[in-house]
Design a protein around this ligand. Sequence first.
Ligand code: ARG
Length: 475
Amino acid sequence: MRSRESTKMWGGRFEGKLSPEAEAFSHSLQHDIRLWKHELQASIAHTRMMGITGMLSTHEANRIIDALLEIHAEIEEGAWRPREDYEDIHTAIEARLYEKLGALAGKLHTGRSRNDLVATEVRMWLRERTTDLARAMLGLCAQLMHLAERHKETLMPGLTHQQHAQPVTLGHHLMAHCWAFIRDLSRLAHAGDRMNLCPLGAGALSGTTFPIDRELLAAELGFAMPVPNSMDAVSDRDFIAEYLFVGALAMTHLSRLAQELILWSTPEYGYVELSDEHTTGSSIMPQKKNPDIAELIRGRSALAVGNLTSMLALLKGLPLTYNRDLQDDKPLLFATMDTVLSSVRLMTDMLAQAQWRTERMRAALQGDFSTATELADYLVRQGVPFREAHQIVGGIVRECLQRGVGLEALDLETLQRHHPRFEADALEVIDPEHAVRARTILGGTAPESVMRQIEQAKEWLAAIENQLNELLNPS
Ligand code: ARG
């Protein structure tokens, strides 16, 4: 029997003990303390199952469950906290149970191992975090769609190679970001399919001789089914790698948007002013208003990318089954998931509170030649082959550059000097507003096309929400 003084779940076969440095090196309580609720939930389910299958008497099962519920209340109320000298959350909670029940506490761990337990609890934690993250990402998409609708007619330069290319609307631009986040949400929901299986009953690696009802445990803990192979159950961390990828890609998308907000809030652009809630001043330069939160989102995407590669590196050399290396999955997962959640929420607020300087966007189109394509397309409609039209309009741009004017300064005579097929209505297509309104094609930048894609986005989001609901609230 384990003595009260021991902080280990093992020790019987040892004469000496871990060196203090090795002890500190191997502890995971500082990370897996987050799993205390899931540890208690999993233990309650396991105890109940043992009561049902006769591994424990009803009386024993009830006593253990009551004590576990007490521990739950103690932690919640702050009346008890796992001592830092415990190896991990599993050990710390079992020790507390021992303080309450004595030897009976030792029956809880029958037929299970920390190997299947920890794999189960991380999955449970992820399911909870998926709920929070999905809600936050739905909020971000809603904010982007709201702004897109409001700015479906706000003209701005669309860029390729960072050069003015063709006029677009701010609404269209924001929806382009929104679609990336919709895909992130979809990936989050799909990752849930692989995560939502229950390892319990796998034991240390090979299963157990006790009559553990794996189906019952899985159902009780809200999983779709038990993991089919006990060895896979304790060594699979694919689901963590997958969430780290989903997180890294979402952070990459957030970083791209953050980068635009940073650029757009420079005096050179002046497209946006971020709110005081998301900017900071300088300790030396009184005039400064720095986009620190956007910069930190951009910066933290590095952590998410690093954590994904760390996880893949952690796994790649591991033979089956459980190896202690796997303990180090949690700091990576927790850090990435925390970062994504905060970043998504902050980005949503930052967008909601930003002041959009639409007049600056409109002014940026002045003299920027971004409707040169319209002039070439005009000639094409008059029967001129596109290649020829491109060449002719190139000549017009060159003349404008020499004269130091934009396309809007052109008159019909000048146009006709370059090609006789130009008529009075050619001057209309030079207007960026015309260029945008004419792009009514599916997925185009015209206001009605933007509205159509917002409707489409809502349908996609509703479908993803259904999928997530099935994952998170199994009937
Ligand atoms: N702290 C460990 C982890 O997070 C729990 C499992 C430990 N199992 C073992 N045999 N050492 O992975």
